[in-house]
Design a protein around this ligand. Structure first.
Ligand code: XIL
Length: 387
């Protein structure tokens, strides 16, 4: 898909093209998963309490449900804030804890917008997942990638230190997306790290974090690892290396920005083996950024599209819960606020130059008017059926 790859390169982000090139999206949905509608339950009448808040359905199984949130919308849109408070037991900031937000100038820290989220969490009894201390994007212009150890130390002390006594912040994505998108973009064949990043730097990052605040859960977060891929293989090797280095690493964040179409589904077997290996390594897998795009060939109606999105949520979460996953965070909660409707992040070939198709970007559990969709009920049902 050269066109898509080109666009995403321009946007500086290759998640989606990477998924395609890494073979995550296998063109054999029918064979893998049975017919497209095999798992289609009647989500609307699933059970009496399918309309209960997701956080409540999750809690009944000892699990958490939540979403990435933006302080701006929390402050400005009451309906959105009410929805988050009702449905979520965990949230993560969309951008407020990224380096460009917390340390816009060297050594000068600002926490106003992240603190607004933390305050909201406290008021509504919601956990906060800290995203993220180290990323090649969302960084101020003055900061090189990778940063020097000294810069990292100052940053981690500043940010983790600020939340050391937070009653709501319980976990950190210590590092985000450290694995390159493909073989061509790494100078490290074994670990597949982004150019310039050494495995020891990542080890030191975790060590510094533990020296600042070891009371939180530490995660390594990445995308494109939801199947047997070049990338998931490298990711698991890095996790193994960190474990063997006696570093505190509690879990793996599996982003789960998923793409399906009527022509392909997901690599169930490969993903199962990723989850199994993480569990074997005693590194807890959680789902940190779930959203689902349906790509061309598109179904011929929004109704069918919503059904496909819902089916995909159900299949994916059934598999996750069977492997013991206890935390599911969607990347946003409503299609109104989804990042993929933003021009900078919109998927290339099918959507970007076709405004008439943007209405088909419906990746989240609630719609533009904050009304529940089938996807919400599919998530509800997955929680209800989890053991
Ligand atoms: C995205 C946000 O949603 C956008 O608003 C922002 O401008 C760019 O970043 N993987 C991640 C997230 O780890 O931090 C990204 O968030 C989405 C992909």
């Amino acid at each position: 898909m050269p066109y898509r790859r080109k666009f995403l390169k321009r946007a500086g982000y290759t998640t989606l093209s990477a998924l395609l090139t890494m073979g995550f999206l296998q063109k054999d949905r029918q064979k893998e998963d049975g017919s497209t509608n095999a798992a289609t339950a009647n989500y609307l009448s699933a059970s009496a309490n399918v309309n209960s808040p997701l956080r409540q359905l999750a809690a009944a199984k000892g699990k958490l449900y939540g979403a990435a949130v933006s302080s701006e919308f929390l402050l400005q849109e009451k309906g959105y804030a009410d929805l988050i408070a009702r449905e979520c037991s965990i949230v993560t900031p969309n951008g407020e804890l990224k380096w460009n937000a917390t340390e816009p100038q060297p050594g000068k820290f600002t926490f106003e917008s992240a603190d607004a989220i933390a305050g909201f969490c406290q008021k509504h009894n919601i956990q906060l997942h800290g995203h993220t201390l180290f990323w090649h994007m969302g960084k101020p212009d003055w900061l090189p990638y990778p940063p020097t150890l000294k810069m990292l130390e100052r940053h981690i002390k500043g940010v983790m230190g600020h939340y050391r006594n937070s009653p709501v912040l319980k976990s950190w994505d210590i590092a985000n997306e450290i694995i390159a998108d493909s073989e061509n973009e790494t100078d490290n064949a074994t670990y597949g790290l982004r150019k310039g990043v050494k495995r020891e730097l990542i080890r030191d990052l975790f060590l510094i974090a533990a020296s600042v605040d070891n009371t939180k859960k530490f995660y390594l977060n990445d995308f494109g690892i939801e199947g047997a891929t070049w990338k998931s293989d490298r990711f698991l090797k890095m996790v193994e290396y960190l474990k063997n280095s006696d570093v505190k690493i509690d879990g793996a964040g599996i982003q789960s920005h998923l793409w399906f179409s009527t022509a392909y589904g997901f690599d169930k077997k490969g993903f199962n083996s990723v989850l199994k290996r993480l569990n074997d390594l005693q590194v807890k897998p959680i789902i940190t950024e779930l959203d689902i795009i349906i790509d061309a060939p598109l179904p011929d109606s929004i109704k069918k599209l919503d059904q496909m999105v819902a089916d995909s949520y159900k299949r994916y979460l059934d598999l996750c819960f069977a492997a013991g996953v206890d935390t599911v965070i969607t990347w946003g909660i409503t299609d109104r606020h989804t990042w993929i409707r933003h021009p900078d992040w919109m998927p290339g070939k099918t959507f970007r130059n076709n405004p008439s198709l943007w209405k088909f970007l419906r990746p989240l559990p609630f719609d533009e008017n904050l009304q529940p969709k089938l996807a919400r009920n599919a998530i509800a049902q997955a929680f209800q059926q989890a053991t």
